[in-house]
Structures are given as C-alpha cells and as structure tokens.
Design a protein. Structure first.
Length: 131
C-alpha cells in the first residue's frame, strides 16, 4: 500500500532545505533553525515522516514527532488498538537532524534525545533520509 502524500515534493523539499540551511549556519545554527516559522518546521517534519513511511512501509512502528506529526512504518505485525508495541518519539529538531544526517541513530538514542521502545524500534537502516 502506498503512502498518501499530503506535502508536495516542492513544498517539502523547500521547507527541509530552509531548515537545513538555518541549522548548518555557523555557531548558532540550532537557534536559527528553531527561529524559523512554525509552518516551515512543521512542513519539513511532516514531509520527512511521509518519506520514511514511503521508504519503510508497514504498520509495526509508530514514529512520533510532537507537536508536528506521526507516522506508522516498518513491516511486521500490524498495530490496531491501544499503545503500539514499538514506539519511537523525539523532538522536531532531533528528527530533522536524523533525517538530514546531522546526527546518527546511535548517537541520538545514546544521548536520550530519541526514546525508542520495542524490538522493532530502530530506524538506523533508513537514516539519513535526505529526500
């Protein structure tokens, strides 16, 4: 089953590029990226979550990036009710750093910026996305 895209490639890539440029800019890149309009950050997060769901189709892992988005991905047992058995949660900045390759999975999990529970809660195979 294909993922229904809500963010166009042009809009998603533009938002992601804006975030990446701000984040990569000098000493205060993290602050500059956080100062981008909420709509730009939200579009970048939602676009990359859609990209993940496209590259790793399935319903066994739920990836949460509050307050901007959530997706289900990775093949395996389908989750239908209650709390999913495989959950990954992180803030938007960490998600975008993973998606663009500014940080890696092991480092993010090791520092506690990514909370991952469940036997399938590992996205290292698909990171970075760089759509």
């Amino acid at each position: 089953m294909s993922v229904k895209r809500r963010i166009s490639d042009d809009d998603g890539r533009a938002a992601l590029e804006s975030w990446f440029r701000a984040r990569s800019a000098g000493v205060d890149g993290a602050r500059d990226a956080a100062a981008l309009p909420r709509s730009t950050r939200a579009t970048a997060v939602r676009y990359t979550l859609e990209e993940l769901a496209t590259r790793a189709p399935g319903n066994s892992v739920e990836v949460r990036v509050p307050p901007f988005g959530v997706c289900q991905c990775v093949e395996g047992p389908r989750h239908t009710r209650g709390t999913p058995p495989n959950v990954i949660e992180m803030d938007p900045a960490t998600w975008l750093e993973l998606a663009t390759g500014l940080t890696d999975w092991e480092a993010a999990v090791g520092t506690g910026t990514v909370l991952a529970s469940g036997s399938r809660a590992n996205l290292s195979e698909w990171m970075p996305l760089q759509p």
